[in-house]
Design a protein around this ligand. Structure first.
Ligand SMILES: *Cc1c(COP(=O)(O)O)cnc(C)c1O
Length: 239
C-alpha cells in the first residue's frame, strides 16, 4: 500500500523496523555471554522526512539520529510541534564544526561525535540552563587512522579527565565507526570501555557503547555494544 501523500510506504517501513528489532534480539540471544542485556536501537533518519520519524515514533521507537544540522533542526522543530514529538530523544551523530555547537547544545539530547576538548568546552558553555545536561559520547578513532575523525586512543585519558569537569555535559561512553578491515575493533573498544569504567568509578553515567550499523550490528552486539545506529536497514537506501 503506497502512502501517496507522504510518498513512502508506511507498512514496509514498520516492517523493516520490526525486522531490525528482531535481528537485534536474535543477535543478543546467540551471544548471551558477551552481549549486553539491553541494546538500544538508534534509528538513523538522516535525509528522511519527518513523517517517517513520526510513523516509527508511533510504534514506540524513541531514539533518532541525525547528521546534518540544518535538516535536523527543521525536523526537530516540526515534530516538537506535534504531540508525538515529545517522546523522541534526539542524537547528533554528524561531524561538529566549531560554529555549530550552540545549535547542537540547544536542540539535541545526545551528541555522539565529540572528539576534542574545544568542542566539548563549547557545548558545556552553550547548553541551556533550563535543559538537563547534554549526554555525550566520545567518538574514538580506534583504527588510529590519520584521515579519520575521532579521538585517538592515546589522547582519550586526557580528554576524559578534562571533560569530567564539565557540569553541563554527562559523559556516557564511546562511539566508533570502525574501518571494515579492522576485525577486532569491536572487542578492543569494549575492553577500553570497561577499563575506563573500572578506572573512573566517579563517572556514574558511563553506560553506553555505541557501535554497529546496518551491515554489522549483529557482530557489534555479540561484542557488547549497548547501542546500534541503524539507517539503511530501517529507512531504505539514501540518495
Ligand atoms: C549514517 C550513519 C549510520 C547509519 O548507517 P547505515 O549503514 O545506513 O545503517 C550510523 N552511524 C553514523 C555515524 C552515520 O553517519
Amino acid at each position: 500500500m503506497k502512502d501517496t501523500e507522504n510518498n513512502f510506504d508506511k507498512l514496509s517501513l514498520i516492517d523493516n523496523w520490526q525486522q531490525v528489532t528482531r535481528q537485534m534480539t536474535q543477535a543478543g540471544e546467540q551471544a548471551k555471554d558477551t552481549a549486553s542485556d539491553e541494546v538500544i536501537l538508534l534509528a538513523v533518519s538522516k535525509t528522511k522526512p519527518a513523517e517517517m520519524i513520526a510513523t516509527l515514533a508511533e510504534q514506540g521507537q524513541r531514539h533518532f539520529g541525525e547528521n546534518y544540522l540544518q535538516e535536523a533542526i527543521e525536523k526537530i522543530s516540526t515534530l516538537k510541534s506535534q504531540a508525538i514529538g515529545e517522546s523522541i530523544i534526539w542524537h547528533y551523530i554528524g561531524s561538529i564544526q566549531r560554529n555549530k555547537t550552540r545549535d547542537i547544545a540547544e536542540y539535541f539530547d545526545w551528541v555522539q561525535t565529540v572528539e576534542r576538548d574545544i568542542i566539548a568546552k563549547r557545548l558545556n558553555e552553550q547548553r541551556p540552563s533550563e535543559l538537563p545536561p547534554l549526554n555525550v559520547l566520545i567518538q574514538l578513532n580506534i583504527d588510529n587512522e590519520d584521515s579519520k575523525s575521532g579521538c585517538l586512543p592515546a589522547q582519550l585519558p586526557e580528554l576524559i579527565t578534562t571533560m569530567k569537569g564539565y557540569e553541563r555535559l554527562q559523559l556516557r561512553g564511546l562511539m566508533i565507526i570502525p574501518a571494515k578491515t579492522n576485525t577486532d575493533a569491536f572487542s578492543r573498544t569494549k575492553q577500553l570501555f570497561e577499563a575506563i569504567k573500572r578506572d573512573h568509578p566517579e563517572l556514574t553515567g558511563w553506560d553506553t557503547l555505541s557501535m554497529g550499523m546496518s551491515d554489522d550490528m549483529a557482530e557489534a552486539i555479540a561484542n557488547g555494544s549497548t547501542m546500534v545506529r541503524v539507517g539503511t536497514a530501517i529507512f531504505g537506501s539514501r540518495d
